[in-house]
Design a protein around this ligand. Structure first.
Ligand code: PLP
Ligand code: TYF
Length: 396
């Protein structure tokens, strides 16, 4: 039977890890996969996480199942973080949280829920978007369409986006990146979010907000602006959140599917369906990551340590954005790359073309995605001169 199975290429982003590891260039720089790196290029375990794990090791009493919705405490700490501690949506008991295996797992829950319970609804994603969006929704049987997001000058194409949203059939689902857009780094302003809200309302669209980088842009509260605007002004919103990045617990698979409904009754109905969707996928979510998050967010002390560490990561990335543009000044390229300082999050659509990306890899051992997406966190004061020299050379 298997003789008819074809081999397919692996994930282009994850493939960069292997290619980078194989490279023997001592000056090589990894700007590929989206994991945070410190000034020494490491992705360390956060101090708050280590402390929480020590407590768990000591105090954990069982490894029994935690239930299809996950640990109830996890929802109790996640909802206020995402929606705001004094969110009217929480006061009105309109939000439900289902723990998921990473943000990816939450996206799959969303996709399966839409497919089975909202038949006939297509999904619209930004062009470009995180490549896994293009896989997950069709894999669940949804029809996927794209709306424009970046123009040919490598700038946010907000007019194009809004114009396309106005054409989406009534009632379809529109995926919005809450902040730190992957892969471009271009985020909406508050005014632009307001305009998107109006269109979503007019056309009766269901927003699905992918929130994978809370705290990496401008701050935990600031980054939630768009998600909260939608949640507080619409009857129905879906949010998929992830702790992979902001707690640095990528491999613990710690995410959340949030459903906001018109009232408690409808929320509970949706919630009951989500338990089935989860059960049909993996039964119960993994528990270690959620236990870490609960341990930290229910301790004022650990939460403060975590917030400081997150601030440090965010400040480092935003500082690197400015340093990068500054370092390109002597090459006369600071104007060409000025947008890098304005973008937010781990990623930057640099505007470098695939042939330039190939040259950076082959001639300099600098790795990024062929679309020109660079992980800014891979930069450091040490490699910045080398990287900017190389970019200047391939930009001639
Ligand atoms: N959504 C976006 C846009 C992402 O970049 C990621 C990151 O990997 C995710 C969702 C899901 O992350 P994870 O499944 O690792 O929590
Ligand atoms: O975009 C990134 O680099 C991160 C990590 O299949 C990632 O979101 C990339 C590809 C993938 C899973 C995670």
């Amino acid at each position: 039977m298997f003789e008819q199975i074809e081999r397919v290429p692996g994930d282009a982003i994850l493939g960069l890890i292997e290619a980078f590891n194989k490279d023997t260039n001592p000056q090589k720089v990894d700007l590929g996969v989206g994991v945070y790196r410190d000034a020494r290029g490491n992705t360390p375990i956060m101090r708050a996480v280590k402390e929480a794990e020590a407590l768990l090791l000591k105090n954990e009493t069982t490894k029994s199942y935690i239930g299809s919705h996950g640990d109830p405490r996890y929802g109790e700490v996640t909802l206020p973080l995402v929606l705001g501690a004094d969110s009217p949506v929480l006061a009105e008991k309109r939000a439900s949280a289902t723990q998921s295996p990473g943000g990816t797992g939450a996206l799959r829950l969303a996709a399966d829920f839409i497919k089975s319970k909202l038949p006939g609804k297509d999904i619209w994603v930004s062009d470009p978007t995180w490549p896994n969006h293009l896989g997950i929704f069709p894999a669940a049987g949804l029809t996927l369409h794209k709306y424009p997001y970046v123009d040919s000058d490598n700038r946010l194409d907000f007019d194009g986006m809004l114009g396309a949203l106005k054409q989406i059939p009534q009632g379809d689902v529109v995926l919005l990146h809450a902040c730190c857009h992957n892969p471009t780094g271009f985020d909406l302003t508050r005014e632009q979010w307001q305009q998107v809200l109006e269109v979503v309302r007019e056309r009766g669209l269901l927003p699905l907000i992918d929130f994978a980088y809370q705290g990496f842009g401008d701050g935990l509260e600031e980054d939630a602006y768009g998600a909260r605007l939608m949640a507080e002004n619409l009857d129905e919103v879906l949010i998929t959140s992830s702790y992979s990045k902001n707690f640095g617990i990528y491999r613990e698979r710690t995410g959340c599917f949030i459903a906001i409904a018109k009232n408690t009754e409808q929320m509970e109905n949706v919630r009951s369906q989500m338990a089935i969707v989860a059960r049909e996928n993996y039964s119960n979510p993994p528990a270690h990551g959620s236990a870490i998050v609960c341990e930290i967010l229910t301790s004022a002390e650990l939460a403060a340590v975590w917030r400081d560490e997150l601030t440090e990561m965010r400040d480092r990335i935003n500082g690197l954005r400015r340093d990068f543009v500054e370092a390109l000044k002597p090459h006369g390229l600071d104007g060409t790359f000025a947008h890098v300082a304005e973008q937010r999050g781990m990623f930057s659509y640099t505007g470098l073309k695939p042939d330039q990306v190939d040259r950076l890899r082959d001639e300099y051992g600098i790795y990024m995605v062929r679309s020109g997406r660079a992980n800014v966190a891979g930069l450091s004061s040490e490699n910045l001169p080398y990287v900017t020299e190389a970019i200047a050379a391939v930009s001639k």
